[in-house]
Design a protein around this ligand. Structure first.
Ligand code: GLC
Length: 744
């Protein structure tokens, strides 16, 4: 019997019983023990147990992050549980963003699968691997919406659309937290970063965000609301200044929205030092004032900056913040620990959990990579490659055989020894075909400049039947603090493409990157493009399967691809403006007559040198079949409030191979009390289609889901016309409509 087992709150109890147990524990805690629960400390390495022992014994720490040696974690738990007065176990946090040892595609890639079940499986695998290391809390999913590919953290995001990000984010929460949060292979999730972080000015990470309440409520907050409704255990406060009040001190976000409107009863953790940053933002004059501002806002736990333990005792004693407020915050921490079952099971038995490289983990990683890779272009059906038509294949580029780079950003615990690279997978797939492979990296890194190896690459391409170019960004060029102002292919990759193209053979580009890149300077020089994001451990195997038609590409873009970075922000669900552009109103800068009169151009919302359309739109993605949409129908045509609307269409695989099509439903409310987007994703479904098969896809939604936050920031549904599209991208043309009638 451990010293605290007779005091163990029983997390199997009902919510009321849990609350009673949290209250009982709280009632026995001293002020310092309470504030200790609000204190998260970083593990600085192998001496962490001795470094923290006395603080742990005094109940001065509620959580440790970045410790993943299971024996060390168990030793930390033993001090907290066996050597402190109340024996409260620790939350052990880690960024398990897209896999632990087995790395899945980056979240932006997982979003491209439009397959919530798959995203859930990826998170489930990650949770089990992380739990085996003693981790019981991940700082994921990152569900910040963004429309800015310059921002490095777009790699961690689920793209630009609130509905897709909500569905995929909730799937990840379910994957991490499972059916039973107390189970040995499930961990607490953390929806981050609350909120608006993805709107950083100019895409520079940590930069200021200025977001109207209208835009916050109708867009940026939606995935967080979905995650809270799905039972996410925790949220993380964002770094950014939001409308003049940094998120870590923003009571509108943390109290009005999260607690009062959404009823969230979980825990909010700050981001790294984000409480101490408040004085750097200029909101407070020093760390004491920062601690007060963050506590008043309701940030329950402080990540590493220790202002709470330094200043909250005196702030409470001097009456600047009342103990009831602090008790509520401590209760949020304790409730999370009870829900996790930490009091019954504070220790980890790694033998009870899957070993690294487990076949199931690799299978999920391969499936996720297969369904995340978007075929942007396939001129003349150059793909799939047919080995019996090839005698020599050139494999060229810095990312053809880069086991670490293909893992992408935020992979602290990724094991690159598990990586299957494209070069390896292609060699294996072709080993008995007699096809000769000629390999030339041509560039040491993705940022290298033109060099004599380009001659070798061009020669190999000329001597081959086709050239595979593996291009993109190394992992470090996206992720936190890794924003880029120029989002072309780095280095002299465009020159490498030109040289290989000049050899006159079919050129297929496979691009790995942590963001949409601007591809306008190479897109016409390649016959096909597979956009693989950073595909993770099994990326190479998936790429090979797609290149040779073992599987058909099925992914769709979760984010818009601009022609030029100057178009950013460019996204599909934009407002119409009062002067919307059309092909007829656009005049290209090269076509303007010298001396043209001021009003001679289109006078609509476009760029003279880029037009107004993206290179590739949200929802775009090709497969090895073509899919026809027809017979769209909606019922009832005049729904009343409270009705269910059914929209359907016929979908037919007109190709000769089986594919999975992501059928997308878009709506528009063309006239409302506030302007609404020209299109909004309402629902989607991955539909398997055998060659020649056709079927009817039906979507249903309640009329009250047609609402939005109006001029008074209340959620309203308004009668009137609604336009409806069903198709394979946001450029869907198959259209119908219905009229929501006034309530009788
Ligand atoms: C970082 C990130 C956050 C992460 C935390 C812990 O700065 O902003 O996403 O979870 O620190 O590593």
């Amino acid at each position: 019997m451990t010293s605290q087992q007779n005091k163990t709150p029983d997390s199997t109890a009902s919510p009321d019983r849990v609350e009673q147990q949290v209250a009982d524990l709280l009632a026995r805690m001293t002020l310092n023990e309470k504030i200790g629960q609000m204190n998260q400390v970083n593990s600085d390495g192998p001496t962490v147990v001795d470094d923290l022992r006395s603080e742990l014994q005094a109940g001065g720490i509620g959580s440790v992050l970045n410790e993943v040696n299971v024996d060390t974690v168990n030793a930390l738990q033993a001090v907290a549980v066996e050597e402190s007065r109340l024996g409260i176990p620790l939350l052990i946090g880690r960024d398990v963003i897209h896999g632990f040892n087995t790395v899945m595609p980056i979240p932006l890639g997982q979003a491209a699968s439009w397959n919530p079940r798959l995203a859930q499986d990826c998170s489930q695998v990650a949770a089990a691997e992380a739990a085996a290391a003693g981790v019981n809390w991940t700082f994921a999913p990152m569900i910040d919406l963004t429309r800015d590919p310059r921002w490095g953290r777009i790699a961690e995001s689920l793209g630009e659309d609130a509905h897709l990000a909500s569905v995929m984010g909730v799937a990840m929460v379910r994957g991490f937290q499972g059916e039973d949060l107390r189970a040995a292979d499930t961990i607490a999730a953390c929806a981050k970063h609350f909120a608006g972080y993805g709107a950083a000015e100019s895409g520079r990470d940590y930069a200021t965000t200025d977001i109207s309440e209208h835009e916050l409520r109708n867009y940026y907050l939606r995935p967080f609301h979905a995650a809270v409704q799905a039972g996410v255990c925790t949220l993380m406060a964002a770094f950014n200044d939001l409308n003049g009040v940094p998120a870590s001190a923003n009571e509108f976000l943390m109290r009005r929205i999260l607690r009062d409107e959404w009823g969230f009863d979980g825990m909010v953790v700050s981001d790294w030092d984000s409480i101490a940053h408040l004085s750097i933002h200029g909101l407070t004059e020093d760390e004491r004032a920062s601690a007060l501002a963050a506590a008043r806002a309701g940030v329950d736990m402080e990540m590493v900056s220790r202002t709470y333990v330094r200043y909250l005792p005196e702030l409470i004693e001097q009456g600047h913040i009342d103990i009831a407020t602090v008790d509520a915050m401590v209760a949020n921490v304790l409730r999370t620990k009870v829900r996790l079952g930490l009091f019954e099971r504070p220790y980890t038995d790694p033998d009870a959990l899957p070993k690294v490289g487990h076949p199931h983990a690799l299978k999920v990683a391969r499936q996720a990579a297969l369904q995340s890779i978007v075929m942007l272009k396939n001129e003349g059906a150059v793909l799939p490659l047919k080995p019996d038509t090839l005698s020599t294949l050139a494999i060229i580029g810095p990312l053809a055989d880069a086991p670490y780079e293909q893992l992408g950003t935020w992979i602290f615990d990724g094991d690159e020894r598990l990586s299957v690279t494209p070069a390896t997978a292609i060699a294996e797939l072709l080993q008995d075909t007699g096809v000769q492979l000629r390999y030339c990296a041509a560039m040491e890194t993705s940022r290298s400049l033109a060099n004599p190896a380009f001659d070798e690459a061009a020669r190999l391409a000329g001597e081959a039947d086709a050239a595979l170019l593996f291009l993109g960004e190394e992992a470090i060029l996206s992720g936190e603090a890794h924003s880029r102002a120029d989002i072309n292919l780095p280095g002299d990759q465009a020159e490498l493409v030109r040289r290989v193209r000049a050899a006159g053979k079919p050129v297929i580009a496979v691009i790995m990157a942590g963001r949409p890149l601007t591809l306008s300077n190479i897109v016409d020089q390649v016959d096909a493009i597979l956009y693989a994001w950073h595909p993770g451990t099994m990326g190479g195997a998936a790429i090979a399967d797609l290149l040779f038609g073992i599987e058909s590409p099925s992914a769709k873009l979760p984010v818009t691809f601009p022609r030029m970075v100057g178009q950013v922000p460019i996204y599909y669900n934009q407002k119409n403006t009062g002067k919307p552009p059309t092909p007829e109103t656009v005049i290209h800068i090269d076509d303007i007559e010298v001396g043209a009169a001021q009003t001679s151009l289109g006078m609509t919302a476009f760029h003279l040198d880029a037009g107004y359309q993206p290179l590739y739109p949200f929802g775009h993605g090709l497969s090895y079949a073509s899919v026809a949409y027809s017979d769209i129908a909606v019922s009832p045509s005049e729904p009343a409030p409270g009705d269910t609307v059914v929209v359907s269409a016929r979908v037919r695989n007109t190709g000769s191979v089986a594919v999975e099509e992501v059928v997308q439903l878009y709506l528009r409310d063309p006239v409302a009390s506030v302007t609404r987007p020209v299109k909004e994703l309402k629902d989607f479904r991955r539909v398997p289609l055998a060659a020649g098969q056709s079927l009817t896809v039906r979507f249903e939604f309640a009329t009250d889901s047609l609402g939005f936050y109006g001029q008074n920031m209340q959620y309203v549904t308004e009668a009137g016309e609604f336009q409806v599209w069903i198709g394979g991208s946001s450029e869907a043309a198959l259209k119908t409509g219905f009229r929501l009638i006034q309530a009788p």
